[in-house]
Design a protein. Structure first.
Length: 363
């Protein structure tokens, strides 16, 4: 089943369709991870995007029940050089093709993904479509250029109602902007009593849960598309300790008076080096974001830079100078990727401990 990948700049690449037989339209991005395709496909931060894997072989260890980052994936499509038809791994329960069919996600293989990545790096992220070989390419290009991609990605992937994830430790209200399950797992590992709430929950409603701390999750899209969340975070700063990750980091910065901007092609992969300015140490990190905090705009805020990306010098972490609140652009919970900075969750626990003025006794 031949299909074609068409980009708004006129690029046309022909390959073999697999997964869902339908067509799809989205923002075409690339990720450089060599493994972790299951976590990437199920990461809500990829909502509305067609993901290109630069690593040439995808699907070789299949799909298992344990590595999902959400139940229902929000990714729009998948582009690979080669898709393994017969996975080999003791944990494998189905093939990549079977999973994509089950979740109705169109995909295309046989594409020169390195060439496609160079196009994206040169022009920036582009709107694209995976369509039948019979579709008129010029008409598709015209439609793509006229297409305005939706801005409600956070609303699409956030939980619709609050729910508990009980523990006997500190109570954390986790604002779900498109939360990866990896964040929840790390809080569970530290016995936190977690309450997950929708993205549009007000500060007053959050404080009614009597939290010891507040977690701002990752999520898709432009942080400025959720102005209500920015206002909520602004009202919460100084109330209890706050820890933001990815989109949560951007919302924390905006709420503190800084600004954000869109990167040309974003950071996506599992080996991005980030320097901790306090220790001088460099950690390899998992990243997936299109936007970053503008360093110049931090000057008139009460935020200080804590981490920077060594590849391009962009801001990867900030901390409040007055209140117990900090955030990082990358994913310390990994999923997929290295766990070099997993200790940041312990830092958050210690902040809550200091703020509470006492230790919670465990049974």
């Amino acid at each position: 089943m031949k299909k074609q990948l068409i980009l708004e700049d006129g690029t046309i690449l022909v390959g073999k369709g697999f997964g869902s037989e339908g067509d799809t339209v989205g923002e075409v991005v690339f990720t450089t991870g060599m493994t972790g395709y299951q976590e990437v496909l199920s990461d809500p931060s990829y909502c509305g995007q067609i993901v290109t894997f630069t690593y040439p072989l995808v699907g070789n260890y299949g799909i298992n029940r344990d590595d999902f980052e959400t139940i229902q994936p929000a990714v729009k499509g998948l582009i690979v050089k080669e898709a393994a038809e017969y996975p080999s791994n003791f944990r494998s329960e189905m093939s990549l093709n079977e999973y994509l069919k089950m979740k109705n996600i169109p995909a295309i293989s046989g594409i020169d993904t390195r060439k496609l990545t160079r196009v994206i790096r040169q022009h920036g992220t582009l709107k694209g479509a995976i369509v039948s070989i019979n579709e008129n390419a010029e008409e598709v290009i015209h439609r793509l250029r006229a297409t305005v991609l939706p801005k409600d990605q956070v609303d699409q992937v956030s939980t619709k109602s609050a729910y508990p994830n009980p523990g006997r430790g500190y109570r954390v209200v986790l604002m779900d902007f498109g939360m990866k399950h990896g964040i929840l797992r790390e809080l569970n590992n530290r016995d936190c009593d977690v309450v997950v709430v929708p993205h549009d929950t007000t500060a007053e409603e959050i404080l009614q849960f009597k939290p010891d701390g507040i977690m701002l999750s990752n999520g898709p899209g432009n942080p400025k598309d959720v102005p209500h969340a920015i206002e909520t975070v602004r009202e919460l700063i100084g109330q209890v300790p706050i820890f933001g990750i990815c989109l949560g980091h951007q919302l924390f910065a905006l709420a503190s008076g800084a600004d954000t901007f869109k990167l040309k092609f974003g950071h996506r992969g599992s080996n991005h080096p980030v320097k901790d300015l306090a220790t001088g140490k460099t950690a390899l990190t998992s990243q997936n974001h299109s936007y970053a905090v503008n360093e110049e705009t931090l000057k008139n805020t009460e935020l200080e830079v804590t981490h920077v990306a060594l590849n391009d010098g962009t801001i990867e972490g900030v901390a409040h100078k007055v209140y117990p609140a900090f955030s990082v652009q990358y994913h310390p919970e990994a999923s997929p990727g290295p766990e070099d900075d997993n200790h940041l969750f312990d830092r958050f626990i210690n902040m809550m401990k200091v703020n509470a003025g006492k230790e919670i006794q465990h049974a």
